[in-house]
Design a protein around this ligand. Sequence first.
Ligand code: C5P
Length: 282
Amino acid sequence: MPQSTTAEAFAPAKVNLSLHVTGQRADGYHLLDSLVVFAGIGDHLNARAAPRTSLRVTGPMQGTVPDGGDNLVLRAAALFDPPVGAEITLTKNLPAAAGLGGGSSDAAACLSALSGLSGRPLPPRAAQLTLGADVPACVVGVPLRMQGIGERLTAWPPLPPLWLVLVNPGVGVSTPEVFRGLDSRDNAPMPDMPHARSAADFLHWLRAQRNDMQSAACRIAPEIGGVLAAIAETPGCQLARMSGSGATCFGLYTSPDSAGQAALRIARAQPRWWCQAGAILD
Ligand code: C5P
């Protein structure tokens, strides 16, 4: 018997505050060491119990993702056996192929909604990983250290209050292409973070970390350099860095007001760019 007839889930943008590429497995997948957080900016998923599973995609970015069987939401739904019938509506706000784990977060939201709808447990982490390397992290949805290819997840101590701006220049970047373009695949892992008492301590530590995919992504999509420069020159910006394999970059701010002002300023200067301000979810 269904537990309820509808379930809703938020699919937040995943942001890699740091992303170190530390090796490569024999099957070609790369070993990562990343501080992953989630933003109060994202897609929305609604599921209503129904005899058969279907998906309708709506929202400003609806045209950027498939609405057929290739969509990660339907692939996530297919992990439930026997099936959980649901009419699913996905409101797509996040750009696709953007380094924000949008598809992975949608898949995680679908798993959580269908689990809520049916009262059945979430599929195991190994099954989640077959949808995408970021899916297990998106299922957890709180700040964490992600290692391995995305299956080793460790809770991160509470972060100081920080706000971010996400900026995408409207260029899709292929993750495998960026991985192929890496200069080096055996970089140093993230050092442990000393107990960060304040935003200043944490930011000092974070500035010394890297996104090892940033240079390769900038060669593929030179617009990323312009995005980083535009973020870095906004008042109050503490750090500008690329997320995931790009092209989305983030700026970090110590107040919601400075993040909001920065987003307005960038949106005015570059009306074609996608630009949003939001909190880091804890
Ligand atoms: O898992 P996801 O769909 O996000 O990954 C897209 C592609 O990026 C993979 O098919 C793989 O080629 C590459 N990748 C990788 N190492 C990872 C994650 C992804 O090489 N840790």
